[in-house]
Design a binder for this molecule. Structure first.
Ligand code: SAM
Ligand code: DTB
Ligand code: SF4
Length: 337
């Protein structure tokens, strides 16, 4: 883990702009949810889930790395950072539009309703915008919902993506403000909030979550969820990633998290963000089927379908479809638009 909190990272005590005073979201109450007996917490989460969502539906997204590696940021968990050369992910170029559309078509055939395109960038360059907007409009023309995650955005870039038909923009807070500086030093928490504001003001649906199991405390897990629930408009989609420890990154040796603590985090996210789709994101490949089933019971209702995430393996499609079938879970129809 990085030992040097960044000079640019917001200290825990710094006031963060564009963040609603938690009048409706009481951080203490969120922390207390974590202390409930496991089954009481799951009962609460499942009750909230059934009030706002179809109980046996799971939304299926597919993920493609449209530009891999060589990223200027130093996120301690990420194989694609140019700072983590030993992770062994070479820097690539932005994919051709036709190849992206072909991958989207394959994802649709496998059963995905949303196609998520990720780039290892601090932010997109102006010269990339024409190709990015073309990808969005052609993927959307296939009848898929579109999502992109490209790093920080300017207002005009967010608007151009919206104009092209982008449905969701994924930009994670990743962790609580008071742990953030131990994981990332090259951009601040405030930078992330600023991009989220631009995305929301451009009229895009916000997909925003974090990573669990990076060595943060339970209070910091609660802190992340309190931040997410305190955004001026709560995110429509909330990815909860389990850290995939990658050799060659500063977080390669973080002690594994108790799997019930991960399930608890999903349950607390469900209660704090009752309307959001909660995505059980990275880390499923090494999770038992039983733990995944607990996560669905805790209110997770979306997964990434496909053998690969960005650089790491995901559960095989056949195994996922088999698990959903055995649990009586059905794929949800596309909803945005
Ligand atoms: N570069 C863009 C950015 O960071 O905003 C988009 C791509 S980035 C890889 C998207 C998200 O993937 C990160 O915010 C982080 O939450 C997640 N992620 C990356 N590496 C991960 C890992 N090893 N384990 C779990 N989640 C990870
Ligand atoms: C998110 O929160 N998780 C996805 C998506 N947004 C882009 C990415 C997970 C990446 C896992 C590590 C990798 O494959 O490199
Ligand atoms: Fe770059 Fe995103 Fe990886 Fe951070 S998480 S190093 S911004 S690709």
């Amino acid at each position: 883990m990085s030992q040097c909190p960044s000079p640019t990272a917001a200290p825990a005590s710094a006031p963060l702009r564009w963040y609603r005073a938690p009048t409706t979201v009481d951080g203490g109450a969120i922390a207390q949810l974590f202390e409930l007996p496991f089954l009481n917490l799951l009962y609460r989460a499942q009750t909230v889930h059934r009030e706002h969502h179809r109980p046996n539906e799971v939304q299926l997204s597919s993920l493609l790395s449209i530009k891999t590696g060589g990223c200027a940021e130093d996120c301690g968990y990420c194989a694609q950072s140019a700072h983590h050369k030993e992770a062994g992910v070479p820097a690539g170029k932005l994919m051709d539009v036709d190849d992206v559309v072909q991958a989207a078509r394959a994802a649709r055939t496998q059963g995905a309703t949303r196609f998520c395109m990720g780039a290892a960038w601090r932010n997109p360059k102006q010269r990339d915008m024409a190709a990015l907007t073309e990808m969005v409009s052609q993927v959307r023309a296939l009848g898929l919902e579109t999502c992109m995650t490209l790093g920080m955005l300017e207002q005009t870039q967010a608007e151009a993506l919206k104009q092209a038909g982008l449905d969701y923009y994924n930009h994670n807070l990743d962790t609580a403000p008071d742990f953030y500086g131990q994981v990332i030093s090259t951009r601040s928490y405030q930078d992330r909030l600023d991009t989220l504001q631009r995305v929301q003001e451009a009229g895009l649906n916000v997909c925003c979550g974090g990573i669990i199991g990076m060595g943060e405390t339970r209070a910091q897990r609660a802190g992340l969820i309190a931040q997410l629930a305190s955004l001026p408009v709560p995110p429509q989609s909330v990815p909860i990633n389990h850290l995939v420890p990658i050799a060659g990154t500063p977080l390669q040796d973080v002690a594994p998290l108790d799997e019930f603590e991960f399930v608890r985090t999903v349950a607390v996210a469900r209660i704090a963000l009752p309307h959001a789709v909660i995505r059980l994101s990275a880390g499923r490949e090494s999770m038992s089927e039983a733990t995944q089933a607990w996560c669905f019971a805790a209110g997770a209702n979306s997964i990434f379908l496909g053998a690969k995430l960005l650089t790491t393996a995901n559960a095989p499609v056949s195994a996922d479809l088999d698990l959903l079938q055995r649990l009586g879970l059905q794929a949800a129809a596309a909803s945005a638009g």
